[in-house]
Write a protein that binds this ligand. Structure first.
Ligand code: GLN
Length: 450
């Protein structure tokens, strides 16, 4: 474990500062590893020749100047952006470089990585399993130690769910915390960029680097996330952890449930108080999401008309076409009130559920995914089954809340992630609790054998 590729971001920064390693040596060790092992995983879409700084893997929906960016789609193949996304400029200012662009579901639409036009990414823990999606390559790259950390995007769970399925840390910031400028749009009222890392402390640091208001994203209004002195030092005394009964109901795999319950016991052993809560509109979240998201998709993707952007529409994959059609239908006159307006009302109710719940607790804890990673090909012909796998991540996305996935055990030899949801703009508390959990467990130290 002494090889640089196994270091966390914080360890890497320290080794560079202490001159234990040069930036060139660091990059060489990562490049060697990628060359040896990525043919098995397919985490990367594109690896730039030159790299300077701490190596980060960047989801291919995030625009990188001079480096091909495709959003996992053939329609954008060959597109070399003339500018950087705000997050990339901010990382560069901190001495971070792009080691590669990571494979993802086309335009971030998917839960398994199988919707990429460039072949599926494989789960490093078991190459016959999906890595989760849509930030599949980013999570797999961190799990396989192909990068010090990665950036993903989360619209309905695409950071938290692949992080959970690949056994790494994933943070979806509050909506508006991080600039979306230069993130290829899927559903603009939901999209957020966030870190996928080897430790919670690393996620906190990356969030501090990339957050903060940006004149190029009018929804990004918050001040910069600052690493504050933590409220809870080494135990969780006084923390109220809400357990939504709807997240432990039918559909949750019993083995996954066992792992999550043990993690909750750990939190209470550390001093937290568990309180039962209810998020009564949870059952409507997926339906509302698939109307609102698809409507925004139909509007956002109208720009790829073969005239202004990209190749002709024939190059869109089947899932993208399905969502454009669904969204166009939901927005069409005569149906708009029945579908779009209704879904927007449901969204408000879901947000209210969280507001009410947070009167009783500081954070909400539960599973990220109802199951561990499933077999490649298992759900690809059944979109509804695939959509249902996002039941526990979508509600917080609709409410704009921050969410963290932390490794908390294994089932069938595959990683399980614990989801910690926080109040709007209160990343500090969920990171703080995640960190204390991590310091008192060893799950994040487990590595896949590649
Ligand atoms: N899996 C969800 C979907 O397919 C979420 C995607 C995302 O967060 N980008 O819409």
């Amino acid at each position: 474990m002494n090889e640089p590729v196994f270091w966390s971001l914080k360890e890497t920064i320290k080794a560079l500062a202490d001159k234990k390693i040069s930036s060139d040596e660091l990059n060489l060790s990562y490049k060697d590893r990628i060359k040896k092992l990525d043919s098995k995983v397919n985490a990367f879409r594109y690896l730039p020749e030159n790299l300077d700084g701490i190596p980060a893997a960047i989801k291919d929906v995030i625009i990188t100047k001079g480096i091909e960016t495709t959003a996992g789609s053939k329609i954008l193949e060959g597109f070399i952006p003339p500018y950087n996304a705000t997050v990339i400029s901010r990382l560069k200012a901190e001495g971070v470089g792009v080691i590669g662009k990571t494979n993802c579901d086309e335009f971030a639409m998917g839960s398994s990585g199988e919707n990429s036009a460039y072949g599926s990414t494989k789960n490093p823990w078991d190459l016959t399993k999906v890595p989760g999606g849509s930030s599949s390559g980013s999570a797999a790259a961190v799990a396989a130690d192909f990068a010090t950390f990665a950036l993903g995007t989360d619209t309905g769970g695409s950071i938290r769910q692949p992080a959970s399925l690949c056994g790494v840390v994933g943070l979806k910031p509050s909506y508006g915390r991080v600039s979306r400028y230069g993130s290829i749009a899927m559903a603009s009222s939901l999209d957020q960029i966030g870190p996928i890392t080897k430790s919670v402390a690393d996620a906190r640091l990356v969030l501090e680097w990339i957050s903060g208001s940006d004149g190029l994203d009018s929804n990004c209004v918050s001040s910069k996330f600052k690493v504050e002195s933590s409220k809870f030092k080494d135990n969780l005394k006084g923390v109220k952890v809400g357990l939504p009964k709807e997240y432990f109901a039918e559909g949750l795999n019993p083995e996954v449930e066992k792992v999550i319950k043990e993690a909750i016991k750990k939190l209470t052993d550390l001093g937290a108080q568990a309180v039962e809560i209810s998020l009564p509109h949870t059952q409507y979240a997926i339906a509302a999401y698939y109307i609102l998201m698809a409507s925004e998709v139909s509007s956002n993707l109208a720009r790829y008309d073969g005239i202004r952007f990209g190749k002709t529409r024939d190059y869109f994959g089947p899932e993208v076409k399905r969502r454009i059609m669904l969204g166009t239908f939901a927005l069409s006159s005569g149906y708009y009130d029945d579908y779009f307006v209704k879904a927007a009302q449901v969204r408000s109710l879901i947000k209210q559920d969280f507001d009410n719940a947070f009167e009783k607790c500081d954070v909400i804890v539960g599973p990220v995914s109802p199951t561990v990673a499933w077999n490649l090909g298992e759900k690809i012909d059944d979109p509804l089954k695939m959509y249902l796998s996002d039941a526990y991540t979508i509600p917080a996305s609709l409410a704009g809340l921050p969410g963290l996935s932390v490794p908390c055990g294994f089932s069938e030899g595959l990683p399980v992630g614990l989801q910690i949801l926080g109040k709007y703009m209160d990343e500090e508390t969920i990171l703080n609790i995640g960190e204390i959990y991590e310091q008192n467990t060893d799950w994040h130290k487990e590595k896949p054998k590649l």
